[in-house]
Each structure stands twice: as structure tokens, then as C-alpha cells.
Design a protein around this ligand. Structure first.
Ligand SMILES: Cc1cc2nc3c(=O)[nH]c(=O)nc-3n(C[C@H](O)[C@H](O)[C@H](O)COP(=O)(O)OP(=O)(O)OC[C@H]3O[C@@H](n4cnc5c(N)ncnc54)[C@H](O)[C@@H]3O)c2cc1C
Length: 72
């Protein structure tokens, strides 16, 4: 006998759009499948600048109006 899986919704991609849609659908009781082709991103481990203060982040864009004293 064939193993069958059925879902109320199938979401392709777990970016902000797909992730949020999945959250909403699940919270409304829909059986939801999310398919993601990208690598497995580990929570916190894969956010290398998560705890870096804005002034120390090499790619940070600092607003001169708000941070003039910090960068000069
Ligand atoms: C360098 C950079 C910096 C950015 N900085 C900011 C910022 O500071 N602030 C801000 O608001 N926005 C920023 N953005 C924009 C923001 O990232 C996007 O607007 C947002 O991620 C779009 O969300 P999305 O869910 O539509 O797509 P995505 O986040 O791109 O998610 C799509 C997902 O679908 C997956 N996928 C694609 N095709 C398939 C497939 N065939 N099968 C399975 N999975 C698939 C992808 O792997 C991905 O995980 C930045 C974007 C870039 C590139």
C-alpha cells in the first residue's frame, strides 16, 4: 500500500514570507508543509554578527546624524 501524505497547505521557501505564512497557517490549524532548498541555518550559531555592536560591524551603515560622536 502506498504511503500518502496530505496537507492543507504547502509552502515553498522558508524566508520571511514563507515562514510567516507557515506560522499563520499553523496557528489557524492547517496542516502545513514547508519545503526549503537552502542550507540548514542553525539558530544563533549561524548569525555571526548577532551580538556585534553596530559600530563594530564591518558592514554596518551608521547614520551620521545619530552617531556622529560614536564614529568620530
Ligand atoms: C544582502 C541583503 C541585505 C538585506 N538587508 C535587508 C535589511 O536590512 N532589511 C530588510 O528589511 N530587508 C533586507 N533585505 C531584503 C530581504 O532579505 C528580502 O526582502 C526578504 O528576505 C524577502 O523575503 P522572501 O520571503 O520573499 O524571500 P527570501 O527571504 O529570499 O526567502 C525565499 C526562500 O525560498 C527558498 N527557495 C527558493 N526557491 C526554492 C525552491 N525551488 N524550493 C525550495 N525553497 C526555495 C530560498 O532558499 C529562501 O530560503 C536584504 C536582502 C539582501 C540580499
Amino acid at each position: 500500500m502506498q504511503n500518502k501524505h496530505t496537507y492543507d497547505a504547502i509552502i515553498i521557501g522558508s524566508g520571511i514570507s514563507g515562514g510567516w505564512a507557515a506560522k499563520e497557517l499553523c496557528e489557524h490549524g492547517l496542516k502545513t508543509l514547508v519545503l526549503e532548498r537552502g542550507r540548514d541555518v542553525k539558530h544563533l550559531i549561524d548569525y555571526p554578527t548577532y551580538n556585534t555592536p553596530p559600530g563594530n560591524c564591518p558592514t554596518a551603515v551608521i547614520s551620521p546624524a545619530n552617531n556622529a560622536k560614536k564614529i568620530h
